[in-house]
Write a protein that binds this ligand. Structure first.
Ligand SMILES: [Zn+2]
Length: 394
């Protein structure tokens, strides 16, 4: 159901992660979130960081905010995005993480490539028994953020298949069973999160487009099965809250996973089958090449387009953002269009100020189009001239 995006024209948001403040030196590591929050130093740094993440999104003027993925550790390439669940769910040998054999499925980065470090950092607990929710504690994390803001806080998670691909397994007979066991455990956790009141739950990176573009034909690992996994993971959620499906072309260390620009076209029919209210598409980095196809193929859902590139330190100009939105409006009606970043900005390498001004540009550009449509604009305190400290030359 539509909740956070209901009744807002061109609602704005980011995908999730934000760059860590330099003074946020604590890490959650393998502790459970509630256990870590007993420690006064961790609690102070965590809560202060969530607070500045929210404040920066608010002064930029975003409509839907996130907690910046504040529970992620300061690790190579934002590995926590994948490694948080296996380090906190039950059924995993949490005290004995092992390197994951890499290269299966066609993604490989040779030694000398920055993402080879990312592959080396895939040191994950292996499955030794039936998988369960364990200490994921997503509802607690969401509450800590939501009690500090009146704006809706979106909460996201990696998809179960990516966890299944990244871990060793001494328990399940095959990969399909492993994926669905993790999916069922996530479903339980996410239903609790929805019951707690979370207004948007976002599933990040179902392996639909990434398998489709690589033309991988496998009896088990294929786009159709990934749609089935997605719909199993979110079962029951849309009756309670708004569900988003996030897709992009890569993010670790703010890198693209592919050497050339990719098109969503081979995946759009399958993506339209996911049980979600909103699908997000990386669009800024590819110059909007898929907007027409997306508008034609994705029906009955809202479409979020990325107008901010998370790979680049160049802050987009509001005029560029507005131009991208105008192009999208040729193919997607305004009441079904959502404006976001291509992906998260906090997975190593971007400064807090770059991320802040990218969010400001996102809102300023959206406001330009809202003005043209005669719709209400968002307040953007960060761009309000009245508070400038510079005295202009007369
Ligand atoms: Zn992404």
């Amino acid at each position: 159901m539509y909740r956070a995006t209901k009744d807002i024209i061109l609602p704005t948001t980011i995908i999730g992660s934000l760059p860590r403040p330099s003074w946020y030196t604590e890490n959650l590591s393998t502790r459970s979130f509630l256990d870590a929050m007993v420690n006064a130093r961790f609690r102070e740094q965590y809560v202060d960081t969530v607070s500045v993440y929210l404040r920066e999104q608010e002064i930029a003027g975003l409509d839907i905010v996130t907690d910046g993925d504040c529970h992620f550790d300061n690790d190579v390439g934002g590995q926590s995005w994948t490694s948080y669940p296996p380090h906190h769910m039950s059924g995993f040998e949490r005290n004995d993480p092992r390197p994951t054999p890499a290269g299966k499925g066609g993604l490989w980065f040779p030694r000398g490539h920055i993402l080879h470090d990312y592959l080396e950092s895939r040191v994950m607990p292996r499955i030794v028994g039936p998988v369960g929710r364990g200490d994921l504690q997503y509802a607690a994390m969401w509450k800590v953020a939501q009690r500090m803001t009146k704006k809706p806080v979106k909460f996201g998670t990696v998809t179960p298949e990516l966890v299944a691909f990244a871990v060793g397994d001494q328990h399940y007979k095959n990969i399909r069973d492993r994926i669905f066991a993790i999916s069922n455990a996530f479903n339980e956790e996410l239903n609790e999160l929805a019951d707690a009141g979370c207004p948007v739950i976002q599933m990040e990176e179902p392996q639909i487009h990434l398998l489709a573009v690589r033309g991988i034909v496998d009896a088990v690992i294929n786009p159709a099965l990934m749609v089935e996994v997605f719909n199993n993971t979110v079962k029951g959620l849309r009756k309670k809250t708004e569900v988003w499906c996030h897709t992009c072309w890569g993010n670790p260390s703010q890198q693209r996973m592919f050497a050339s620009v990719q098109s969503y076209k081979p995946a759009l029919e399958a993506l339209n089958q996911v049980d979600a209210d909103v699908i997000t598409f990386e669009s800024c980095s590819s110059g909007g090449i898929d907007l027409e196809a997306i508008g034609k193929t994705i029906t009955g859902k809202k479409i979020a387009i990325g107008v901010i590139d998370h790979h680049s330190l160049q802050v987009e100009r509001p005029e560029e953002v507005a131009e991208h939105i105008r192009l999208a409006l040729k193919y997607i009606p305004a009441d079904r269009l959502v404006i976001c970043s291509d992906c998260g900005m906090g997975r190593e390498g971007m400064s807090r100020r770059h991320a802040l001004y990218k969010m400001v540009a996102l809102v300023q550009g959206t406001n330009m189009v809202r003005r043209e449509l005669g719709k209400p604009e968002a307040e953007c305190l960060a761009a309000d001239e009245r508070y400038s400290l510079v005295v202009p030359v007369k």
